[in-house]
Write a protein that binds this ligand. Sequence first.
Ligand code: SF4
Length: 382
Amino acid sequence: MSASTVELPQTTQTEHQSPEWVRISYASALALRFRSGRFTQPFDFGGINLLLSYDRGCLSDCGYCGLARNRPGDYEEKSFIRVDWPLVETDELVRRLVRHEDKLTRLCISMVTHGRAYPDTLDIAGRITRSVATPLSLLVAPPTLNEARLQAFRDAGADMIGIGLDAVTEDLFRSLRSDVPKGGLKWSQYWRIVDAARLIFGAWKVNCHTLVGLGESDADLMGIFTRLLEGQIFSYLFCFNPEPDSRMGALPKTPLQRWRRVQLAKFLLEERGIAPEQFRYDDAGTLVRIHAPRGLVEAVVADGHAFMTNGCPSSGGEPGCTRPMGSWRPTEPPRDFPWRPRGVELDGIRAALDLDSLVSPGPGPSRPPELCAPPAAGRVTE
Ligand code: SF4
């Protein structure tokens, strides 16, 4: 199997572009003191997210994304997963990573679909790994990659690869990312890169980002979680949060009850060994029943880890990338918690889940612990 790159137009380099400049998430800018301010709730934050920056931005046109090229506005003003991404000089960023290294948990460079994305990512990855030991993930743009380039990323010191699948069925992927005015992304090519990355980086070193709320069913989501679990690839969950002015900007946010039930079902499948057949769906594919021991489900809810942000771990297996405010605003309760939820937060989760209408008695784990997903995203066993 060979993954080939897709020809992408080159653009003329002007100032404020990668590799000399990158954008960083607003939370990263606060943590590295590029911006002043504080989180509404104090918590340890050390997951630094970088994003390549180009005049013409991302050359793809996904219907839900804040960076899509047909979305109105200058690229520098656009948001990505609904947060602002300040532009900073790469070498100054690396100096600050060195200065704050003791607080860092995970670094990540997000590529965009652009003709310079591969060499620039390799360049920036090298500057980082030569300076700090914090583990580095790359959230890659499959059209720019092949096996040799993935191997070069590994040789440059990246330890995890993320693939933004987002849409979890081929039809949905095609309607949102391929058959759109400037689309052209290919489901099959994304999967070639998933498989190639799995071979090169190894078990539990690859992840796929999956979005809840693009038009898929719960059964579709659980199907992809099962497929990835069997391939020893992490599924990371994201909640659709409409980006203003994107083609899907007027659509509603994923209902809270659906979101919480998907978080719970995913955790039971991946980390408690509950078999796929124990999740029952109606004709529309909506999760209506989980057949599992009530005590086991109650313990998972009380533990809280199932509702934390899914993200690449720190070197110690603790929460690494927690993307605060990625799918919720500072004024809202978190959809995925960067910290372990407790007290009133767990009360809210329990109320949204309505376990009495969801859980029926059923068998316990059918998948032995060694075939479950390893604790990640802060799910350190205590
Ligand atoms: S979860 Fe991993 S791949 Fe995704 S943004 Fe965070 S560090 Fe990057």
